[in-house]
Design a protein around this ligand. Structure first.
Ligand code: PLP
Length: 412
């Protein structure tokens, strides 16, 4: 007999990332020669968790109140402005008044709040077919479901045509469309959309919403600050939101875990952008309610670190320099990995930059087992295996493609 409520009986966190990540961590503790390419955190070449010195300094300079006092449910005004300044950068002045921020526990809190408030019970969200699996759990928790659109077209570009087809189906079946784009450095593939693809998405949102249908884009920007193309490129794409009509809303899910390596501090934000003030007022009201009911208030410590790193000129300068270096390390690791893939003829899904590289294969679970035998831990998911290059050294990036190729051949 179970005491669980009906919908909770099937609840089980089957996430490979968490389960297999824990196994890999344990194995690596026992034997440092193990390669742990599972969990989405940044590690140095010395296999130690990477921490930004500027973030550490900001933390150490906080007062007792700034560290430990309760924060306000939506977050502080200073935090809201700091996040807007960071996310919009050169476009801050032009975009700030059409935007509102809600502090959340990580990007996950931002995703969860957005699903809660922009889908009705039993409605579905539109997710990319390759995705961070936790979207599905957040939706189930909110009594909602999902459909998927194909992330890639035949040429390996963003599949706007399939997204359009699925958006129109959603519009017909539930009278509103909420879709997720994870860009740049998409998890798990590492794909980054082109400027033209973003233009097409904006056009599509305007088209689908032209008759008054609400169209909500949940832009998961967890890895925004690791785009190879740099800050300007990603913010130029965000600036395109100015072209949206008044029936559209974008909620950007910002992650302090990834931008500042504050994984365990649990700080992030919903950054809403709309060309309609009523939409923004509604956003602030409903999401404050949800935050109060789910976590009461977000990390004050995290907010105050972010305020310093994003607005104090001295901290900001050194933080940005460190971020650039961290981002360059990822680019170098990716280059080494992809070069070796070419050498051993190992195919990857379209990749531009980021924490992960994904390899299609027929038997991901078998490939995983074969690699574990060789002391290498990756993540099998669907019809691919994901390699977390942020967590391994350049030397490991060089030796892995051949090992993966051999494991794939042995498992076919
Ligand atoms: N979105 C993506 C694509 C992720 O990979 C992650 C974490 O791995 C998150 C969101 C949420 O991260 P956090 O809640 O730690 O900010």
């Amino acid at each position: 007999m179970t005491l669980l409520a009906k919908r909770s009986i099937i609840k089980e966190d089957k996430s490979n990332i968490i389960t297999l990540g824990a196994i890999a961590k344990e194995e690596k503790m026992k034997d440092p020669s193990v390669t742990n390419a599972t969990i989405g955190m940044l590690y140095g070449e010395d296999s130690k968790l990477f921490a930004f010195k500027s973030v550490d300094n900001a933390l150490n300079g906080l007062s007792t109140d700034e560290k430990y006092a309760y924060g306000a449910t939506p977050g502080s005004k200073a935090f809201h402005e700091a996040v807007k300044m960071w996310v919009f950068r050169n476009y801050y002045e032009e975009m700030k008044d059409n935007s509102k921020v809600m502090a959340t526990p990580g990007g996950t809190g931002a995703l969860s709040n957005t699903f809660s408030n922009y889908l009705n019970e039993d409605d579905k969200a539109l997710l990319p077919n390759y995705m961070w699996g936790n979207y599905k759990q957040c939706l189930y928790e909110n009594h909602q479901g999902f459909e998927t659109y194909k992330l890639f077209d035949d040429k390996g570009g963003f599949n706007v045509a399939d997204l359009k087809e699925k958006m129109l189906l959603m519009k017909k079946s539930q009278g509103r469309v909420l879709f997720v784009i994870n860009d740049p450095c998409h998890n798990p593939t590492g794909y980054t959309m082109t400027s033209t693809e973003w233009d097409l998405v904006i056009d599509l949102m305007n088209e689908v919403s032209s008759d008054g249908t609400p169209v909500i884009l949940l832009h998961d920007m967890a890895y925004i600050d690791y785009a190879k193309e740099g800050f300007e490129y990603t913010r130029d794409n965000i600036y395109k939101y100015k072209r949206l009509n008044e029936n559209c809303l974008v909620i950007m899910a910002f992650s302090g875990s990834k931008t500042l390596a504050l994984y365990g501090v649990r700080i992030g934000a919903q950054v809403a952008y709309a060309n309609n003030q009523e939409t923004l007022t509604d956003f602030a009201k409903a999401n404050k309610f949800s935050s109060r009911s789910k976590w009461s208030n977000p990390s004050n410590l995290g907010q105050n670190i972010i305020i310093k790193c994003f607005t104090d000129e001295a901290y900001k300068k050194s933080f940005e320099e460190e971020l650039k270096m961290a981002s360059n390390t990822l680019v170098e690791r990716a280059e080494i990995f992809l070069n070796e893939c070419k050498n051993v003829k190992l195919e990857t899904l379209p990749f531009k930059c980021g924490f992960f590289i994904t390899i299609p294969c027929k038997n991901p679970d078998l490939v995983y087992q074969k690699l574990v035998e060789k002391k290498v831990h990756i993540i099998p998911m669907g019809n691919v295996v994901r390699v977390t290059i942020s967590a391994i050294s350049k030397e490991e990036c060089k030796k892995l493609p051949k090992m993966i190729k051999e494991a794939i051949l042995a498992s076919e």
